[in-house]
Write a protein that binds this ligand. Sequence first.
Ligand code: MSP
Length: 487
Amino acid sequence: MEKFYVTTPIYYVTAKPHLGHAFATIVADILARWNRILGKEVFFLTGTDEHGTKIEKAAREAGKTPKEFVDEVANMYMGAWKALDISYDKFIRTTDEEHEKAVSEFVRLVWDNKDIYKGVYEGWYCVPDETFIADFEVKDGKCPECGRDVQRVKEDAYFFALSSYKEDLLRIFEENPDFVKPNSRLNEIVKILKGTLRDLDITRKSVTWGIPFEPDKEQTVYVWFDALINYISALGWPNGSKFTEFWPADVHIVGKEISRFHAVIWPAMLLSAGIDLPKTILVHGWWTVEGKKMGKSLGNAVNPIDLSKKYSVDALRYFLVKEKSIWEDGDFSESGLVSRINGELLADLGNLVARVLTLAEKFKGKIDGKAEIADNLNMSRIMELFDGYDINGALNEIWAFVRSINKYINDTEPWKLDGPRLGTVLNNSLEALRIISILLYPFMPSTSESMQAQLGIKLGTINDCKFGTFNGKVKRGKNLFDKIVTA
Ligand code: MSP
């Protein structure tokens, strides 16, 4: 069976899950579910990043031990993903024993390959981003990435010979133009690589909340070096059978501010350890609020669970993918969400299902007849968009099909028909709904399920997305969506 391995970043346990995190996880869930209905065996990984200075500090501020603190927030993430219908196969925590062992083994391989040397790190460090920053990048004592204060650090440290992988990485990018998606992000990475690529400090002497650095126990492993290894430790690397089955990952989903870690540092680490590289790093844009990145630091984080309770999980999932291109930033507003519910989910889909099922339930004749609207469905385009991970494009294409069925109903006016002609129009409409219920499954799993329950059919696979003779047993149920009335 063909395999598909998709990962989200592992989230820092300093922040509670917000809409930005939910977006990344929902994107991964959609890809996982899509690949399941393609008939592949899927492994979908998410989890939490639990070591490092900022977590040590956050625990202290909360009056807890780091362990108590990380347990609590990791549980919050698991709860949030359950509430949002996230079908992950494994939730990794970097404090898992299996992960810690894998990190030590990884360090050993890189060490044996003579890619680690001792030195002194003197420079700046951004605690919120857990990033080392060169002198020339710091402006007015602030981090160039997030704008927060940086700290001066001077300590003995061990370095990874990142710069020696520059040429290899450039060649890999040239040979695999899909290694980073979209192309504009690949170009950014190539530019970074062609500039000064410095070796990376991979240990911290002053940080105790981390994995001990085996060659020198006075040091702990730098949190990013530790965290990236989750993608293989979760598969039981070095010995686990899942590693043999699922590695290399098909796609690592990451936000744009962490693309450098995934597209430069991670591949260099893997090259050094002699492990295959992942196939694609998918770099998505941010959710902003009034143009500013949503997040804990600005205090503008939106709670996805509250929204899902107020409007439904599926409405939120739909909105997050439909509202903006996956590659670009998009501004969040609750009124935008409401207008997608009323104007699309209800007006295009909910009403369509209700209209067709009401007519079908009343009809006593035979539902069959030739396909009249098969050409409205551009399956190859949908597949192609999914292949390129453009899930916003794929959803737009699916929605064009939904709208075309509304047009078909308006044009054929089945409420004025009867006999075999009505049987044919109903067959086309019901077959269209059946196909729509499959195509929407990755995006809105419970809506898909509810459509199937009302159509009296089972989910099926992508191979079932073609017109035939409808053979379900129709039973109208409750409306898929209710109108949201705002004051
Ligand atoms: N712990 C690191 C990742 C390590 S992966 C080996 C980290 N964690 S994070 O919690 O700060 O961010 C996790 C992901 O959430 C990032 O990909 C980030 O881009 C994403 N998002 C955080 N805020 C976001 C928005 N406002 N919008 C969309 N995604 C954003 O970085």
